[in-house]
Design a protein around this ligand. Sequence first.
Ligand code: NAD
Ligand code: DAU
Length: 342
Amino acid sequence: MTIIVTGGAGFIGSNFIFHMLDAHPEDRIVCLDKLTYAGNLSTLRDVMDRPNFRFVRLDICDREGVYRLFEEEHPDIVVNFAAESHVDRSIEDPSVFLQTNIIGTSVLMDACRKYGIGRFHQVGTDEVYGDLPLDRPDLFFTEETPIRTSSPYSSSKAGADLLVMAYHRTFGLPVTVSRCSNNYGPYQFPEKLIPLMIANCLNDKPLPVYGEGLNVRDWLYVEDHCKAIDLILRKGRVGEVYNIGGHNEMRNIDIVKLICRALDKPESLITHVTDRKGHDMRYAIDPAKIHRELGWLPETKFEDGIRRTIAWYLEHRDWWQEIISGEYQNYYEKMYGNRGTV
Ligand code: NAD
Ligand code: DAU
């Protein structure tokens, strides 16, 4: 099979490519990525020369380029990871989120309709369900939970999900959608909570916790997410949505304190800064459907996953130091430089 993986130079897409090349060496993987600020070709260095791997620099919104690639590769499957993925950036400027996340997804699906496809898989997020109250630990997101978005990012991802289901109903496109909770692991861009806090700890910089840090996220090791998507591609039912999560809820402040302890840094580095606008309080996935139908369960315990992740950032300083020394400095200054403390 030939599988086009979009956004494969980013965090989850690259981990998915590594998983697929290991688990299914008989398949050909074509990575399509625009290489935005979040895409990093050095991440794919170890697989670049594999005979069953090809990298193509391309924007998923570039219709002509996408059609040309489909003519060349005749893909059996497309897995769409390509997206603008950072909530804070979507609050600063929503427009590119609408362009890539919605228009880009429709261009890919138009190519799938034109050239034929075995499966189009959309990598979605639990953020499309909005948030849950902290005082109702009995509530979880199921696939039936209504879409109720908070940020331009989650709205653009919800728009994409709705479009994917519409292409299935209207045009009979064989689609699946997965909605995952927060991922952590190697190669995550240091703008996101866990790698940002690790990098700042190692540089003895303040650790900017939004508000009181009581918001809860449901953390899943990236490899477990990749295995779940692989399973959906092979055994999932067309036209279905699958939630992916491992019942691993943690408060932001506890994650940050844990990272301080692991790196032997003082908690006095923690700085409570002005909260994110529209900040979702709690995410919590009910993964019963994917467990029941496909037998998926997360394999990595949080204490093992976070230890491996911290060790990875310690061993791969070059990878993230190169990122935070470039254009990212301007972003950091803009987002955190004038942010008030609370
Ligand atoms: P990321 O920001 O690390 O990577 C995104 C990748 O997409 C980058 O390589 C970037 O260059 C590429 N890209 C962006 N715009 C593009 C375009 N127009 N054309 C082609 N390539 C483009 O993101 P991530 O954290 O790896 O997330 C991947 C997907 O998973 C996203 O769709 C995201 O919404 C979803 N998701 C992420 C998480 C998480 O915790 N990170 C959880 C659930 C779902
Ligand atoms: O739930 C899935 C989503 O998880 C994905 O769809 C998104 O692509 C991904 O970015 C992530 O979104 P979050 O907004 O939850 O992740 P982020 O790492 O940006 O923030 C996690 C929590 O930590 C959130 O409550 C905000 C807080 N935070 C974040 C940063 C960057 C801080 O307190 N300080 C920070 O500096």
